[in-house]
Write a protein that binds this ligand. Structure first.
Ligand SMILES: [Fe+2]
Length: 181
């Protein structure tokens, strides 16, 4: 039986020359773009939301998100890289979908809040997956300062997700249930 022969892989002792390092930097650039665009999208969600509870939850996360941008700049700085944003297609798609949900639901309804929470949680889950990966990669590559910064943001993304679930389950979902289409 014939077996395919893999191309020999060049190896390096120097972390900065590794393909993994390049992948890590690409992921950070992607997240930098994602956070910068999220800061522009969250005010639209706040404006569109019906309940005061949801508005406050997203307002708090907007302030955290501004800090996530600053933290990523510190991450770039800590590894001697220039802070560059590269378009994140996934976040662009999630935010486009969030905008569509705002036009498809009626202003002043709880159904709209359900839609906003759904869109916001999709964003959070994307960020949780991304920060989880880059935090781990930072550790593997020996970037301890970066790993700590990324862990701090990861914790805030998880908290934001949990708070959105709380808002949905405490009032929004039940109130939306009785709204006529
Ligand atoms: Fe964030």
């Amino acid at each position: 039986m014939k077996t395919a022969t893999a191309k020999p892989i060049a190896t390096t002792e120097n972390v900065e020359d590794s393909a993994l390092n390049e992948l890590f930097i690409d992921e950070i650039k992607d997240l930098y773009w994602a956070e910068k665009h999220l800061v522009k999208a969250l005010p639209k969600m706040i404006k569109g939301a019906t309940s005061a509870e949801l508005k406050t939850t997203i307002e708090n996360h907007l302030r955290e998100t501004e800090n996530h941008i600053t933290r990523l700049e510190s991450v770039f700085d800590s590894i001697g890289e220039k802070a560059v944003a590269v378009k994140c297609e996934a976040m662009a798609g999630l935010l486009k979908e969030a905008e569509e949900l705002l036009t498809e639901t009626d202003k002043g309804t709880m159904t709209r809040d359900v839609a906003i929470i759904s869109a916001a949680q999709k964003v959070e889950h994307y960020e949780i997956a991304s920060y989880g990966t880059v935090k781990t990669l930072a550790g593997v590559l020996g970037y301890n300062e970066a790993a700590e910064l990324l862990e701090a943001t990861l914790a805030e993304e998880k908290n934001a997700d949990a708070l959105l679930t709380q808002v949905a389950e405490s009032t929004v979902n039940t109130s939306a249930k009785s709204e006529k289409k």
